[in-house]
Design a binder for this molecule. Structure first.
Ligand code: EPU
Length: 341
C-alpha cells in the first residue's frame, strides 16, 4: 500500500472533472486499509470505485481518497441450483458480469456494461432493465471507518431498494470501505425481457425467447446501452443523473389524465415510478446546454460535460432541469449522483 499526496482524480470520475485530493491510498485487504487509516490525521475520507456516480463540486478534495484494487474471486459455496461467488471490491463491474456468464452462472446479464466496480454495486444497488445488483448480493465484507472494525453485513442488513442501500443512509454515507461482495447466482438462465426495449430489440434482430442465450442477451443489453448512453471516455457523464421519481397512484392518475403518453411503471402498493427521462425530454431539454454542460442528445436523464466543465456548471444544468420539471409536472427530481464538496 502506498499513499500518494496531491493526487489528481480526473481519471477517477466519469464526468472527467478536475479535482486534486490531499492524499490517495489504494488498498487490497484489511491490513492495507488499517495502515492507510493510521496515516490519516483528520479531514474527510472518500471511497472511490471508478467514480461513475460522483460529482466533484470543488477542484480540491481536502482529505484522503480510498480506492480498492482487490480482484480476488472465489466460489465459496455451490449446490445444484446455484453458486455463491465472493469477489474483491475492485473488480470492474462489467468484467465481473462477463466472468460469471462465461462460467454459466446466471442473474447479472441485464446489468451488463454498467460502469463502476463490484464494491460500488453493493453501495449503489446499481440497476437496469428490470434487475438490481442487491437482489443477488448475499453479504458484504466491509470496514467501518469510524472504528476500523471489520464487519460482514448480510442481505437483510443491507436495506436494498431502488437506488438505495444501507450504505446510502445519511449517517452511513462514506463511512464504509468495502473489501468483498458475495453474490448468489443461478445455474439456470431465466431471462427478464419486459423492461427497457429488450423485446423490441429482440424482434428487430429476429431472436425468439427460446433461442435466446445469456450471452446474446448480454450483447443486446450492451447495444441498447451504447445506443442511448455516452461512453465515459468520450463524453463525461455519470449515466442517469436523476432517479426515476416514485409518486402516489393518485398523483400518477392525475398526471396520466393530463399527459396520456406519460412513461410509468408500477412501484409497489399504491405507488408508480415515472420515467424522469420522459419528463425532462417533454420540457425540451434534450441536447440543450448551459455553458460547458448540458443534457445528452440521446437520453434526457443524462447530464454531460461538454468539455472543461466544473461541478458548478453541471449543477447549474441540474437545477434548471429540476425547476422546469417541477413547474410543468409538480415533481421534484432527486439526483442519483453523489455530490462531493
Ligand atoms: N424517454 C424519453 N426521452 C428520453 C429518455 C427516455 O421519452 O430522453 C422515455 C422513453 O420512452 C423510455 C422511458 O422514458 O421508454 C424510460 O427511459 P429509459 O429506458 O431510457 O431509462 P430508464 O428506464 O428510466 C433506467 C436506469 C438506467 C438504466 C435503464 C435501463 C434510472 C434512473 N435509470 O433508466 O440506469 O440503464 O433503466 O433500463 O433508474 C444509470 O443508473 O446510470 C442508468 C443508465
Amino acid at each position: 500500500m502506498t499513499i500518494r499526496h496531491h493526487y489528481a482524480l480526473d481519471h477517477l470520475n466519469t464526468f472527467g472533472l478536475h479535482c486534486m485530493a490531499d492524499s490517495y491510498a489504494e488498498y487490497t485487504d484489511f491490513n492495507d486499509l488499517t495502515a492507510a487509516l493510521q496515516t490519516h490525521k483528520g479531514g474527510k475520507m472518500l471511497l472511490v470505485g471508478s467514480g461513475s456516480n460522483l460529482l466533484f463540486m470543488q477542484p480540491e478534495f481536502h482529505g484522503m481518497v480510498l480506492h480498492c484494487t482487490n480482484r480476488d474471486i472465489e466460489v465459496v459455496k455451490e449446490d445444484e441450483t446455484g453458486v455463491e461467488i465472493k469477489a474483491g471490491a475492485g473488480w470492474i463491474w462489467d468484467d465481473f458480469v462477463a466472468y460469471t456468464l462465461k462460467h454459466c452462472w446466471y442473474g447479472l446479464e441485464n446489468l451488463s456494461y454498467i460502469p463502476g466496480t463490484t464494491g460500488a454495486s453493493a453501495v449503489q444497488n446499481v440497476g437496469a432493465f428490470g434487475a438490481e445488483a442487491g437482489e443477488f448480493i448475499k453479504e458484504v465484507e466491509c470496514v467501518d471507518l469510524r472504528n476500523g472494525e471489520l464487519k460482514i453485513l448480510c442481505h437483510d442488513d443491507l436495506d436494498y431498494a431502488y437506488r438505495h442501500s444501507f450504505f446510502k443512509r445519511e449517517e452511513e454515507l462514506q463511512q464504509w470501505a468495502i473489501l468483498h461482495v458475495t453474490y448468489r447466482l443461478s445455474r439456470k438462465f431465466t431471462p427478464r425481457l419486459t423492461y427497457g426495449g429488450v423485446l423490441k430489440e429482440m424482434e428487430r434482430r429476429n431472436i425468439s425467447a427460446d433461442t435466446l442465450t445469456a450471452e446474446s442477451l448480454r450483447e443486446l443489453i450492451i447495444e441498447i446501452r451504447k445506443s442511448k448512453l455516452p461512453e465515459p471516455d468520450e463524453v463525461g457523464s455519470a449515466g442517469s443523473f436523476f432517479k426515476n421519481p416514485v409518486v402516489p397512484t393518485s398523483q400518477w392518475e392525475e398526471l396520466k389524465r393530463l399527459y396520456p403518453t406519460l412513461v410509468s411503471y408500477p412501484a409497489g402498493e399504491g405507488l408508480m415510478k415515472i420515467g424522469a427521462g420522459w419528463l425532462i425530454d417533454q420540457c425540451g431539454w434534450k441536447g440543450k446546454n448551459i455553458g460547458l454542460a448540458g443534457v445528452y442528445e440521446k437520453q434526457a436523464l443524462v447530464i454531460v460535460n461538454r468539455g472543461g466543465a466544473t461541478g458548478e456548471d453541471i449543477l447549474r444544468v441540474c437545477k434548471a432541469v429540476q425547476t422546469d420539471v417541477f413547474k410543468r409536472f409538480g415533481i421534484q427530481l432527486q439526483p442519483e449522483v453523489n455530490f462531493i464538496d
